[in-house]
Design a protein around this ligand. Sequence first.
Ligand SMILES: [Zn+2]
Length: 89
Amino acid sequence: MNDAEMRAARREHAGLLAMHRSRTTGTVIGLYRARDARLDDDEGRAPYSTVCQDHGTICCHRTLRAARGHMAYVGWCEACHAGARNGPQ
Ligand SMILES: [Zn+2]
């Protein structure tokens, strides 16, 4: 995702910190500051969320490092996982 696309995505999605397209599945994964994105942050214990933009699957994280790790690996989204297993459409 280039800079212009990232700026547009930030305007569209509150709390967005990063976004990228998975090379494995071709789906777009967003990384959000949970509170700004109005996502559940487990009362501050899980301030970061990764979201599969294609399927709406949300995964909560305690640290930014953990959240970034989840951006590369989409096994936490069941729909993505099923798609990856079946190969590209
Ligand atoms: Zn997905």
